[in-house]
Design a protein around this ligand. Structure first.
Ligand code: ATP
Length: 801
């Protein structure tokens, strides 16, 4: 099959990762990979002429197959023959271009789309699409991966449904031969949603939205300090014409004071009063800065646009605040893709090729979406229709419907925003239902721990509970290092890395009786432990001790937070996304250095304890060529194959064009084959082909400022944890005070499994835990190690004689 990929509509980070994955997967599956430059416009313009070099390249490719393709890539030849196909400036009229394996090397780290995108007026016409069909058939292509917004995907579907008509017309005009008409009766299409707005229905995340959120949060984090210094108010306008996802998530993850989004417009006649009253109450309790986020398409309930300048005037005139407006504009689109926008588009690109290969004239066109980090296929036009319904519902002032058309997480996030950002003077719960909640960090610091704590504190205060910080874990508890937390005291914690409470690895069995006595002394009604494997272990010990100590007959929750992501059952722990992003930026820098030296292999050691999650996902996100994990270990045969692979790979590089390459090794992969050993071995074996260096990322992987994803996840999971403890506390209150028995379910871990958040009683977690190696027995991410190898053509290279 000849398969082409194009990017269309507005550019977004992650589009290059899609193209890279589609090209590599297509080639690996024996297809010819093509790219279409400048979106649909390129399809319409087609290829004006073909140079002799290109003809030669095609001829030689047909004989040489995969390996030849891997070695030179038509793109490389095209570069020599017709100019730089990436910039497009010197392509001399060629828009549909065959590419080889190495043409897409290193595309990960680039923002935007290297093959260009456009909004094509001509493609909107039937004649334009017929010309596009003709151009494709001339090249023998009838399978297309389209990465763009809802407009682009609609265009794809229209094109597919009309295709047989175009083929018939082209044949009748004698523009194509009978054989061509027969060979290309149907067009296969798969769509991927590239859009920074996260505005597509039936997928949790569009390609580029997480990176745009990163850019917005970076900007707000920078503005925070100046806003605080001058006690100013800032009104930020962010992108999102019909979708408030960016504004909402930025509001949640930056701890903004107020947000305006199109799906949930404020009352037309009093929104200014409501906003001023909320901000005034924050100022009254001592807040020095004010952040208001306005989505580009924000409206009031009468559909009157709410613009940033008006919000500024209201704040300045009514509250007398020194207020500035910042419009982030196109900075949100640009920059280096975050880890998520490298990993997910890669997985989606691979799935797109598989969907194309499986498609028949009868199957619908699919869109490759994401549901809680799992890739899935959905009927493309159903997703487009649902997406359009949001704009229709807003225009009809049916805002409840607009909200319901977004995924459930959207509504939860909005609720979370109001719970954590808006100060309420009157607590919600009556006195007898209020709790004294202990909050503790256990284990190593991880991004999002403080955000989860802030959320829990704000929830407590809103409900009327008393939140207590237990500083420095169980040791701190025994030293009476316990303090009540306030609304303002946790204000800046959303963006703080590390652990504001202080944390260590000590478990309650240092003195279980004394720990129980302290629980009694502080009269805790609930305990929230935020941490990694130790927190799970601590919860298990406390639950086991319940029969002996009545003080533990309270709801107790473990919220997983660890960069290693080694807590059993849950697929994600807070901190792992921050850590992956820290790894990606460190590896980008190392790869640049390695590439500058042309032929250098960097052996990069990662943290992670006995869990290879960070190393494996990091390898997927950075395009590392080899990854070593504790789960698979390292042995001599493996090292021998790795050296053989590297030699073959460097032998294939063109002279003077050799690349720097990364090898990721988890710190506990082997006691004998250490990072230093591997570095020296590669250097020795590489000879004149390649050199090697080592780098230990160590504690840098705990990251600085937590990633937006870890912050929003922290808010979501922390709110659920608080509601869970409230529910179980109320159940206990129904029992006789003298003999309260907390239920088996009330000592639990909050986990993310597939598409849902699930509570798992700590005793049930044990069956899934490898206590000795401090990790889960199952590692669902382990399969990605094979993917890392596929994406560097390792199986093919090792098979060669
Ligand atoms: P973004 O979300 O960034 O705006 P988009 O894909 O929705 O991306 P559009 O400008 O709507 O951006 O669409 C991109 C291109 O897709 C258009 O320029 C046009 O060539 C094609 N297209 C859109 N809608 C149709 C349609 N109904 N029929 C044919 N082609 C279309």
């Amino acid at each position: 099959m000849k398969l082409a990929v194009l990017t269309s509509g507005g550019d977004s980070a992650g589009m290059n990762a899609v193209v890279r994955a589609v090209v590599k997967t297509a080639i690996a599956k024996g297809c010819e990979a093509w790219v279409v430059r400048e979106g649909y416009e390129g399809l319409v313009r087609g290829n004006a002429h073909e140079t002799q070099e290109v003809k030669d390249a095609r001829a030689s490719k047909d004989e040489a197959g995969f390996v030849h393709n891997l070695r030179f890539g038509d793109g490389e030849l095209l570069k020599d023959g017709t100019g730089d196909f990436i910039s497009g400036r010197t392509m001399r009229g060629r828009y549909i271009v065959r590419v080889g394996w190495d043409d897409v090397r290193g595309w990960f780290g680039e923002g935007g789309t290297l093959i260009g995108t456009a909004r094509s007026v001509t493609f909107r016409t039937t004649e334009g699409r017929q010309t596009a069909a003709h151009n494709m058939i001339k090249e023998g292509i009838d399978a297309l991966v389209v990465c763009g917004g809802d407009g682009s995907l609609t265009g794809a579907d229209v094109f597919r449904s009309e295709w047989p008509k175009h083929v018939e017309a082209l044949r009748s005009q004698d523009k194509i031969t009978e054989e061509q008409a027969k060979a290309h009766q149907h067009l296969r299409i798969v769509g991927l949603v590239g859009s920074i707005d996260n505005d597509m229905a039936m997928t949790d995340m569009t390609i580029g939205a997480p990176t745009a959120l990163h850019r917005i949060c970076e900007a707000i984090d920078n503005i925070n300090s100046t806003a605080y210094s001058h006690s100013r108010a800032f009104v930020l306008e962010v992108m999102g014409r019909h979708c408030g996802w960016l504004a909402l998530m930025a509001g949640v993850s930056s701890g903004a004071d107020f947000i305006f989004i199109p799906e949930n417009p404020p009352e037309a006649d009093n929104w200014e009063d409501r906003m001023c009253s909320a901000i005034q109450s924050h100022r009254e309790i001592g807040q020095r800065k004010t952040i208001v986020i306005v989505a580009e398409g924000a409206l009031d309930s009468a559909l009157k646009p709410i613009c940033a300048d008006h919000v500024k005037d209201v704040l300045a005139n009514r509250l007398g605040l020194d207020t500035r407006v910042t419009t982030l504009g196109h900075t949100q689109r640009g920059g280096v893709p975050c880890a998520y926008d490298r990993i997910m588009p890669t997985l989606q690109g691979i799935e797109a090729v598989e969907a194309l290969l499986e498609s028949t004239p009868e199957t619908p066109s699919y869109m490759i979406g994401v549901r809680e980090n799992k890739i899935h296929r959905v009927p493309l036009m159903e997703a487009v229709a649902k997406t359009r319904e949001v704009a229709t519902a807003i225009a009809a002032k049916d805002f409840a419907r607009a909200m319901s058309l977004r995924d459930p997480e959207f509504a939860e996030a909005l609720e979370g925003f109001y719970t954590t950002s808006v100060f309420e003077k009157e607590p919600k719960l009556p006195h007898h239902l209020r709790m004294r909640v202990g909050i503790m960090h256990v284990g190593a610091p991880a991004g999002g721990m403080n955000a989860a704590t802030r959320t829990a504190v704000r929830y407590c205060l809103r409900q009327g509970h008393k939140p207590f910080a237990i500083h420095n874990g169980f040791l701190g508890l025994l030293d009476d290092n316990v303090h009540q937390l306030s609304w303002l005291g946790v204000d800046t914690w959303m963006t703080r890395g590390g652990s504001e409470l202080g944390t260590n690895r000590k478990l309650p069995d240092i003195d279980m009786g004394a720990v129980a006595a302290k629980f009694q002394q502080y009269n805790f009604h609930a305990l929230l432990m935020i941490g990694g494997f130790e927190a799970f272990n601590a919860l298990l010990l406390l639950d086991n001790a319940r029969p002996h100590y009545p003080a533990f007959q309270i709801p107790m929750v473990h919220l997983p937070a660890t960069i290693s992501n080694n807590v059993p059952v849950t697929e994600f722990s807070l901190g792992s996304d921050t850590s992956l992003n820290a790894l990606v930026s460190a590896c980008d820098a190392l790869k640049q250095s390695a590439s500058a030296s042309r032929n250098r292999v960097f052996v990069v050691e990662t943290q992670g304890g006995k869990c290879g999650y960070i190393a494996t996902m990091g390898a997927l996100a950075t395009g590392a060529v080899i990854v070593y994990t504790p789960e698979r270990g390292i042995d001599l045969d493996m090292l021998r194959r790795d050296v053989k692979f590297l030699k073959r790979r460097y032998n294939l590089d063109q002279k003077g064009k050799a690349e720097g390459r990364l090898v990721l090794r988890n710190e506990c992969s082997s006691d004998v084959y250490t990072t230093d050993f591997i570095k020296k071995m590669f250097r020795e074996e590489g000879g004149s082909l390649f050199d090697s260096r080592a780098a230990q990322l160590g504690h840098t992987l705990q990251g600085g400022i937590p990633s937006p994803m870890d912050r929003t996840r922290a808010v979501r999971l922390s709110l659920k944890s608080m509601a869970f403890m409230e529910k179980h506390h109320q159940e206990l209150l129904r029992q006789s005070p003298r003999a309260r028995q907390a239920s088996y379910e009330s000592a639990a871990v909050i986990t993310i499994q597939g598409s849902t958040v699930k509570w798992v009683p700590v005793q049930e977690m044990v069956a899934h835990a490898d206590m000795q190696n401090r990790r889960g027995k199952d590692a669902p991410w382990e399969k990605y190690q094979d993917l890392v190898e596929q994406l560097v053509a390792r199986p093919q290279l090792l098979q060669r004689d």
